[in-house]
Ligand binder design. Structure first.
Ligand code: G
Ligand code: G
Ligand code: MN
Ligand code: NA
Length: 250
């Protein structure tokens, strides 16, 4: 597989980079942190989307070294931002399978000196579907380090509610499919409002992803959403730009 060969060389050739998308508190408009998003600049193919290559990293096991690199790099770059601006890192189920993730998070925090409370780990429901007991134990251990855990793409999977009961997440990220429908559909607003009510009753912070219009922002404000992220507020940007933005915010 030619893409696989290219991926194997990418890490050594320093073709990977992280871009950072800002997340804001909806009420105060304060910058809360950034989500780290992996980018691969292939000399021939240009910038390749993680949607294309993350599945291949998972199949080949390359997600372990690359995932550890993502954690290390995100923590090192976030340590330059003014506290309490934090960073969120997406984790793949494969990173949990051999218990690698706990050690990778520990090293990334130790090397960077980043306060654990400034790191959020984003996981998806797919992870919880697969290996419930072992995964819950690892999540508890990660929590014990002081990092925050977010349930990403909430509402897009099958058994979201059961998992809310099994593990105390810090944040729910509402899938952008719901936010997209806010434009035209009263039902989407009702669903989001009930997710927020449920989340708040469990002491969770709610982040809406994929906010692209003022109309969506106003609607989210009306239903009590806590944090927002999306192209309207800021696109993923290189680390240096994220640092400048963080330093410019009050
Ligand atoms: O940035 P973009 O919208 O193209 O990301 C596409 C998908 O890739 C999203 O589901 C996102 O969560 C995932 N992704 C981005 N960066 C990482 C990463 O560092 N690790 C993992 N496992 N997934 C990532
Ligand atoms: O699965 P996850 O939520 O981690 O995916 C994040 C992805 O969403 C990133 O690849 C990012 O580029 C993309 N994204 C961020 N903001 C927006 C937005 O406002 N609209 C759309 N369509 N995608 C977005
Ligand atoms: Mn995410
Ligand atoms: Na998401």
């Amino acid at each position: 597989h030619s893409l696989e060969g290219a991926l194997r060389q990418a890490a050594a050739a320093e073709e990977f980079a992280l871009h950072y998308q800002p997340v804001f508190d909806l009420r105060s408009r304060r910058l809360m942190g950034f989500e780290a998003l992996l980018r691969w600049s292939h000399p021939g193919r240009g910038v390749v989307s993680p949607a294309e290559f993350v599945p291949l990293l998972e199949q080949t096991g390359l997600i372990l070294p690359v995932g550890a690199w993502v954690l290390r790099t995100a923590c090192r770059e976030a340590a330059r931002w003014p506290a309490p601006v934090g960073v969120a890192v997406n984790l793949s189920p494969a990173q949990f399978r051999r218990g690698e993730v706990l050690q990778a998070v520990r090293s990334a925090l130790a090397e960077s000196g980043l306060a654990p409370g400034r790191l959020t780990l984003e996981i998806t429901e797919g992870l919880l579907l697969e290996h419930t007991e072992a995964v819950l134990t690892t999540l508890e251990a990660l929590h014990a380090l002081g990092v925050e855990i977010a349930l990403d793409d909430f509402g897009s999977g099958y058994s979201s509610l059961a998992y809310l009961w099994r593990f105390r997440f810090d944040t729910l990220k509402i899938d952008r499919a719901f936010v997209r429908e806010l434009r035209r559909d009263g039902k989407a607003a009702a669903i989001i409002e009930s997710i927020i009510g449920l989340g708040h009753s469990l002491d969770l912070r709610i982040t809406a992803e994929g906010v692209e219009t003022e109309e969506q922002l106003t609607a989210l404000s009306g239903v009590g959403c806590d944090e927002v992220q999306g192209y309207l507020l800021g696109r993923p940007m290189p680390a240096a730009e994220a640092t400048r933005l963080a330093e410019a915010m009050p």
